[in-house]
Design a binder for this molecule. Structure first.
Ligand SMILES: [Zn+2]
Length: 384
């Protein structure tokens, strides 16, 4: 069933593990992600960022998608999550990653999202508070969980650009929770968006500890989120480069550090790059092992689009010729099915080990099966 993201985070908090959240960029990935969470009996947090919404709405220039395309994409993602997840044996949350405006939040809630992030971290503090408060007021009557962000992460992610990093001030985080009543807060503490986090990144775990300690003193019932936390398995990078890719300085965060910070109070861990890498590795292998597919009328142009930029590992940049499969799961040709399998297998391969290592596997039964309506009632009673 679909649940508010808060229900999943409450269990992660109670049992002190970090719940991984994965970004979805095709119907096949959503189907596979649901299946692997079911296999491992883990609750699922599946995410769509603004750019993924635009892409899933058919916008190939997805970093600059129109509100209309984002709305269509949010619905396509929501429809797929409902199709595969509504009757699932594990609780599933569909969450907006890095929403930039109330307009996007509304489109996602209309599309069936059960959690939304509003990222006002690039705004002056008081403006961030105001925007987040506005989103909380809109989302909570629907029972939808709200994540916000305080402090600036370095790196590149969908619609997230910053060259410097300003760590989150713990005292300000407390003030922010109190003023906005948001459910969860993404903090800046040394992680970074994208595949180039630098070698040997060390997370400033003491920042998470300080915030969580203060939250307990102040009785704040909220959650902390670690963004930019892809692990970038090095074998994916090597395999891609052995087949002609040119990925440089691709490093992630060590799994051990992420497991550690979960014990320090991080409840949600965002992972995106790992799935992109695994999917691209799979597609490259497919064409290497079956070179005749390079001339396929159905996927030959996909191959050309892929090899046109050996530094790219984001499937969204080369699957433009098979968008019916990506957006709606409509597989019109047996060769397109092969690509879809690459996406499905890549998602499962990247997701499964993290569910085990982070510790959410075999815990789905501990998550409360609460509906959005019930959650909305709780917010109302507490006046938030
Ligand atoms: Zn992020």
């Amino acid at each position: 069933m679909l649940v508010p993201m808060r229900a999943i985070l409450e269990t992660a908090e109670k049992y002190r593990y970090g719940h991984a959240a994965f970004n979805m960029n095709s119907v096949g990935q959503i189907e596979a992600a649901v299946r692997v969470h079911e296999l491992l009996r883990s609750g699922a947090i599946l995410q769509g960022a603004e750019a993924s919404n635009a892409f899933m709405g058919g916008e190939m220039d997805f970093m600059h998608g129109s509100a209309e395309k984002k709305r269509a994409g949010a619905k396509n993602i929501g429809d797929a999550v409902k199709k595969f997840g509504e009757n699932s044996c594990v609780p599933i949350a569909l969450h907006l990653d890095h929403g930039k405006s109330l307009e996007t939040v509304k489109a996602c809630i209309d599309g069936g999202y059960t959690g939304v992030m509003i990222d006002g971290s690039s705004l002056p503090y008081e403006d961030n508070v105001e925007l987040t408060r506005e989103v909380v007021k809109y989302a909570h009557p629907y029972g939808v969980t709200v994540e916000a962000e305080l402090g600036v992460l370095a790196g590149v992610e969908d619609h997230v650009f910053s060259t410097t990093s300003t760590y989150t001030n713990p005292a300000q985080a407390i003030d922010f929770f109190k003023k906005t009543k948001c459910d969860a807060l993404a903090i800046s503490y040394g992680t970074m968006h994208g595949a180039n986090k630098g070698k040997n990144t060390v997370i400033r775990r003491e920042i998470a500890i300080a915030i969580k300690e203060c939250m307990m003193h102040e009785g704040i019932d909220g959650f902390l989120v670690s963004h930019g936390s892809s692990t970038v398995p090095q074998e994916y990078v090597q395999q891609i480069n052995q087949m002609g890719g040119q990925l440089e300085n691709a490093y992630g965060i060590e799994v051990a550090q992420l497991v550690d910070v979960a014990k320090c109070g991080i409840n949600k861990i965002n992972v995106d790059t790992d799935i992109r890498l695994a999917c691209t590795r799979n597609v490259m292998e497919l064409f290497r092992d079956h070179p005749q597919l390079k001339d396929s009328p159905a996927i030959g142009s996909l191959y050309q689009d892929m090899i046109a930029n050996p530094r790219n590992f984001d499937p969204r940049n080369y699957v433009g010729s098979i968008m019916d499969a990506i957006m709606y799961g409509k597989i019109g040709h047996e060769h397109i099915k092969l690509i879809d399998e690459c996406m499905q297998n890549g998602a499962m391969e990247a997701i499964a080990p993290l569910l085990v290592q982070f510790g959410s596997y075999r815990k789905s039964h501990l998550i409360e099966a609460v509906t959005l309506e019930q959650m909305a009632d709780r917010y109302k009673k507490e006046g938030i």
